[in-house]
Each structure stands twice: as C-alpha cells, then as structure tokens.
Design a binder for this molecule. Structure first.
Ligand code: TRP
Length: 457
C-alpha cells in the first residue's frame, strides 16, 4: 500500500494542489516557534527593533535557503540522504542528510513535550481551571505541572500518537488533507484573538511596543537570536522543506511557493504578537516574561477579560494545532528517509520513528522534574537537545545547503528546476545566487560561531 507509492518513483505519493503544498509547508513553518517563542523573545529583546532585524533575516537568508531546500527536494524526488547522493554522487554532501535526521530526532523529542503541554492546557482551559487563580497561583500551576512525571508524559505520548496517525496516512491523504483543514481554523482563531486584544482599553501601549522601534534596546544577542529564530520558525536547515519539496509537482512555481510560505509564517508570527502584547499591556503585565509568557501570563490576562474562558480555550486550541502541523513535518523527514533507505512500509517506518522519538522525549519532559538534577554543560536534557539542534545542527545544515546550491549544484540543473524547464521566468536568479553563495553562508557562519561561544559580541 503506502510503501509501494513511496518506494517507486512511478507513482510516488505527493501534494495534489498548489494550495495543498502551501498549507502543508506553512503548517510546518507556523508552530510553537511563532506563537510561543516569537512573542516571548520579542518581549525579551525589546520589541519592534528586534522584529525589524528578524524581518531582514527572513528575507535575505531564510527565503533563499527555503527555496534551496524546495529545489533540491523536487529535483531529486528523494529524502534528506537520497537527494544529496543523487545530485553529488561519491561525495560527502549526503552527511548533511544525517545531520538533518539527527536534528529531526532531537527537535521532535522536545517539541513533542511542549506540544503535550498545549494539549494539557487546552483541557485545563475547557474545565475552567484558570478561573479565580492569582498570577502566583497560575505560575505555581505551570511549574507544578511541568515538574510532575505522569501527566506531561501522558499528553506527550497522546500528541505523538496523533502526529503518527496523520503521517501514516501519507502525503495526499494525511498531511495535505489535514493541514488544509487545520490551517484556516488556525487563522480564524488567531484573527479573533487579535480583534479581542486590540479592542481592550489600554491596548495602544502594546501596539506601540510592536510598532515603534527603539534600537537602543537591541543588543548583539538580539541580532543573533533573530537569525537563529528565522531558521527555526521557517523550519529550515534540517531538510523539512527538502522532504516536502520532493512531493511537489513539477509544474509548481517554486519561487512563488517559497515566497508564500515565508510570507504566511511571518504574517502569523506578527499576528501572534498583535494577539498577545496589547492584551498583556492592557492589564499592566511585564512583556518580557520569557518561556512562561503563554502558559502563565496569558491565562492571567484571559481571566481578567470579559469572555476570558472562551478566549483561553481558543488560544490553547490554536497552539495545539500549530504544534501538530509542525510536528508532522518533522516526522515526515524521518519516515521518508526510512521508507526510502530500508524499503520498509510507511506504517512500520512511522511507528519505529514515533517510538524512538517519543522515548527520547521522555527524559526531556523529566528534565523539569525528576531529572532536573541531571546536567551536562550546565544544561538539562531538554535544553541540551534544544541547544544542539537549534544552535548547531540547524545553522550548520542551513549553511551547507546554501553552499551546496550556490557552489556545487550545476547551474543548468538549478535554472532548469527554478524555471520549470524554461517555461516560467525567474528574473531574480542572480540575486538568489548572491544570497546563497555569499550572504547566507557568511551570516550563518557568524551566528554559528557565536552560538558555540567561539566569538563574543
Ligand atoms: N517551524 C516550526 C515552528 O515554528 C518548528 C519546526 C518544524 C522546525 N519543522 C522544523 C524547526 C524543522 C526547525 C527545523 O514551531
């Protein structure tokens, strides 16, 4: 069944429509990164000046690398390892693929834990558990929950199971089908939350925080964080979009697709900011609350506003949907690889991947409680996987992908793939070449060395 379609290129599974690939890829990009992480790091790094730097990183570095991944994938119709082996046989470029697989394991391990929290918080919102709680009690509730053993793991396992069920069903009947339904729901909920937030009395201060740049608040750390986050948010550097690209139809305009995905991801991150900061400011709460912003600060904000319980439910459903459409894209990298390399069925490949990744996620979950004493390089297990993947593997992978497309891939192959064999225009080709050859690798090298602590600003 599934294995036949994946293993033979004659009838390889794939996205059926232009909107399907955009929904799936935007679903991958739009995730906890946009709604949980982007608002709190924007808060920490001082607001709109940080956002401006982030936008520059997105356009100059994120977009060209996204297009690079899509183009490699579609050219070869293969996963993260197979594609490099096909384009550059007898070379070591395929090692990028192994780095990507390692990153996929690590990211999904800890991502699944936070995703599990979002499901638990959806249930808490539904059963009215925030009602009547003070800010301190809400903080105690969050710390108590993530520090416990059974419940976070329970929700993590449930979440990973749902992720697996969608991926098992394939690209067309699983990923495309569900993301096409879930992404519009996400947008509707988010727009509704934005309207609620900006119409609160005192919301203006939150909008000013987002819109009036104060560059004096921006540090070198902030610039580095902006580029690092551009990678994470666009799902770049580990072959997610390469894998999705391998399922894109040959008549798709890849340049347009990359622009649409990038635009959607950035737009949603900004909307998340608009949904969150005006509300936070309206109730006089500190914006730089850190990772607890959406789990502690927001329930507090919701409980103070009219119809707050309803908006709390909507918000956590939104967060869970965002997490789900991203998780499936990470899992697909591993599933595609296993199917291709070992010729096992899609079902078996997915089950193996889910079990291994969930197992790796358990110590991540426990690192807020039972295993909090375990530290390596001063980081707990969760932080360690986050650090190795986001600060090392993704930037390195992204840099190598840019270098591969810029310097190794034959110009003829590249042009052919970007113009669909000459049938569409790609007037921006020379700009793209400068970005992938020089701008992206050099900027990433910079962030990479900084992330490793080898250079300090
Ligand atoms: N981009 C997603 C988010 O913003 C997470 C994600 C999905 C991801 N696939 C990825 C991050 C690949 C890095 C690499 O939450």
């Amino acid at each position: 069944m599934g294995d036949v379609t994946v293993n033979s290129n004659v009838s390889r599974d794939g996205f059926t429509t232009k909107w399907g690939i955009i929904a799936a890829a935007a679903g991958s990009a739009i995730g906890l990164g946009n709604i949980w992480k982007f608002p709190y790091i924007t808060g920490i790094h001082g607001g709109s000046a940080f956002i401006i730097v982030y936008l520059v990183c997105i356009v100059a570095i994120g977009l060209p690398i996204m297009l690079s991944e899509l183009l490699i994938g579609r050219r070869t119709q293969k996963g993260v390892i197979g594609s490099f082996k096909k384009l550059a046989p007898k070379s070591s470029w395929f090692l990028i693929g192994y780095m990507g697989l390692a990153a996929a394991f690590m990211i999904l391990a800890f991502y699944g834990v936070v995703a599990g929290w979002t499901v638990d918080y959806t249930v808490k919102a539904l059963t009215g558990e925030f009602t009547g709680k003070s800010a301190e009690q809400l903080e105690g509730m969050f710390d108590g929950f993530i520090g416990s053993t059974a419940m976070p793991i329970f929700w993590q396992v449930i979440f990973m199971g749902i992720t697996g069920l969608i991926v098992v069903a394939g690209i067309k009947n699983g990923i495309e089908k569900y993301t096409k339904i879930l992404m519009p729901i996400l947008l509707v909920i988010l727009v509704m939350l934005c309207v609620r937030s900006v119409t609160l009395p005192g919301a203006g201060a939150g909008l000013a925080f987002l819109l009036e740049p104060d560059f004096s608040k921006l540090s070198a750390e902030g610039v580095i964080a902006a580029l690092g986050h551009a990678f994470f948010s666009l799902s770049l550097g580990m072959g997610t979009l390469l894998t999705y690209g391998s399922y894109v139809r040959k008549d798709n305009n890849l340049g347009n697709t990359a622009v649409n995905i990038t635009f959607a991801d950035t737009f949603i991150a900004l909307l998340a900011g608009v949904a969150i900061f005006p509300a936070v400011f309206a109730f006089g709460i500190e914006p730089g609350a850190g990772p607890g912003l959406v789990f502690i600060t927001l329930p507090n904000v919701f409980m103070q506003m009219p119809l707050g319980s309803f908006f709390a439910i909507a918000f956590f459903v939104l967060l869970a949907i965002a997490a789900l459409t991203s998780s499936i894209s990470i899992l697909e990298v591993v599933t595609t690889y296993l199917c291709e390399q070992s010729r096992i069925s899609r079902v078996k490949a997915t089950i193996i991947a889910i079990i291994a990744i969930t197992a790796l996620g358990i110590p991540c979950s426990l690192s807020f409680g039972a295993m909090s004493e375990f530290k390596l390089f001063d980081k707990n297990f969760f932080e360690l996987l986050d650090y190795i993947s986001a600060n090392i593997l993704l930037p390195l992978g992204g840099m190598l992908i840019a270098l591969f497309v810029g310097w190794k891939l034959k110009r003829k192959d590249l042009e052919d793939e970007l113009t669909n064999g000459g049938s569409i225009q790609a007037a921006w080709l020379s700009t793209f070449m400068i970005l992938v050859r020089v701008v992206a690798p050099v900027s990433i090298a910079f962030v990479f060395l900084h992330g490793l602590g080898l250079i300090k600003l």
